[in-house]
Design a protein around this ligand. Structure first.
Ligand code: ADE
Ligand code: ZN
Length: 333
């Protein structure tokens, strides 16, 4: 099948930043309610405005100024899941940062989490989309804050908080600086992923695997610059949370056609597709599918097996996987 029916295929997304998925109109509405002037982060059309990755990080953090309470995160979660469900997403793992949810204070973090989970339950019941959380230190906030974040993660690890990740400026410090945090999370039973191989090269990907012991890598696509590393990823079954639209929007690759996702796949690496921060990059899961179809002729059968690979790599429990697998099977029948 090569026609564009990707719209209604059930999709799983493993790499989505909760704040990064905030529709700009939603953030503007919150800012208005709170009499905050953050108009400088929007362009004339109301989209987020930034010049490069580092400016994107600044704008991202400026937007979080409007997210001040657990109730704001409740509303944010509903707004984000509504958008994802429109693309046919049935399962999402969202990066959530205690840095923005209560300043890494465990008591406050629990309140934010409670509000987010309540919204997720509503979305599950009304939109059929399942959300799980990955706690995420921000790399450029430094290893000390990451430790506090990891402690928040360990305190709330379970069937809903399922992992620890790390995002932010990949050029800040070294991933091994965060080993304590990742060890702490692993001891608490959390799965591990890290942003690497986006703004850093193959060494960064190696460090994520060897220093932090991750089973998945956020982006990881610059592994293509070292074919021995590509072979190692394939051999070890490390899963890449590729976000092609994000990489193109941020100028890492000139076009989807020039993106290495297809080469990585052909060399045996387990690749999945996500949006990262969809409104920032003018993307949705549906658009990602359509763009990949146009660039590499990936068809429904291909996307369906990729959804299975994403389910396999998901950090949720076995019962949730069985339930989601039934949805995938029904759609393929
Ligand atoms: N935080 C949000 N999006 C990110 C990205 N693409 N890379 C690193 N940190 C991020
Ligand atoms: Zn990301």
């Amino acid at each position: 099948m090569s026609y564009l029916s990707h719209t209604n295929r059930p999709k799983l997304e493993l790499h989505l930043h909760l704040e990064g998925a905030a529709p700009p109109a939603f953030i503007r509405g919150l800012a208005r309610e709170k009499h905050l002037d953050i108009s400088g982060i929007f362009d004339a059309d109301g989209h987020y405005k930034y010049t490069d990755f580092w400016d994107f990080l600044r704008v991202y953090e400026a937007a979080t100024a409007a997210l001040k309470t657990p109730q704001d995160y409740h509303r944010l979660t509903l707004a984000v899941l509504e958008e994802s469900a429109k693309s046919g997403v049935i399962y999402t793992e969202a990066f959530i940062s205690p840095d923005f949810c209560g300043g890494r204070d465990v008591t406050a973090w629990r309140e934010y989490l409670h509000a987010i989970r309540e919204a997720a339950d509503i979305a599950q019941a009304t939109m059929g989309i399942t959300l799980r959380g990955i706690v995420t230190p921000i790399r450029h906030f430094g290893p000390e804050k990451a430790r506090e974040t990891a402690l928040c993660a360990a305190e709330t690890a379970g069937d809903w908080i399922v992992g620890l990740g790390i995002g932010g400026d990949e050029k800040s410090g070294h991933l091994s600086d965060f080993k304590w945090s990742f060890d702490c999370a692993q001891e608490a039973g959390l799965h591990l992923t890290a942003h690497a191989g986006e703004w850093g090269g193959p060494d960064s990907v190696r460090s994520a695997m060897n220093d932090l012991n991750v089973t998945r890598i956020g982006h990881g696509v610059r592994a293509i610059e070292d074919l021995a590393l590509v072979d190692e990823l394939a051999e070890k079954g490390v899963v890449l949370e590729a976000c092609p639209g994000s990489n193109v929007a941020l100028g890492l690759y000139l076009s989807i056609r020039k993106h290495p996702i297809n080469d990585l796949y052909k060399r045996g690496v387990k690749v999945t597709v996500s949006t990262d921060d969809p409104p920032f990059f003018h993307t949705t899961m549906q658009k990602e599918y359509e763009n990949l179809h146009a660039a590499f002729d990936w068809d429904d059968a291909f996307f369906d097996q990729m959804a299975k690979a994403a389910l396999d790599a998901a950090f949720c429990d076995a019962d949730t996987k069985t339930r989601l697998d039934k949805i995938l099977e029904q759609a393929n029948a």
